[in-house]
Design a protein around this ligand. Structure first.
Ligand code: ZN
Length: 82
């Protein structure tokens, strides 16, 4: 069982969610994401709230690092945060 593997596939990305958890974490503008099973969760599941926030933060960092590594395009000054 592998864990912490990047999991980027379009059919595992949903629509922004407005449940209480997502509202509390202020991620209602971000699509929810389905992650594969891990040691703690035997089934694939959709992330909400703080977990979803952490996912997008990590993904933004990974994308920025990837762009920096490939040198194809530079992130905009300020990181493009909204
Ligand atoms: Zn939610």
């Amino acid at each position: 069982m592998s864990r912490n593997r990047p999991f980027i596939a379009s059919d595992n990305v949903g629509r922004p969610c407005h449940c209480l958890e997502c509202q509390a974490a202020e991620v209602t503008d971000k699509p929810i994401v389905r992650v594969p099973p891990d040691d703690f969760h035997p089934k694939a599941r959709w992330l909400h709230g703080e977990e979803l926030k952490a996912y997008w933060l990590a993904r933004d960092r990974a994308m920025t690092a990837l762009r920096a590594a490939t040198g194809k395009s530079m992130p905009p000054p300020g990181g493009g945060l909204e």
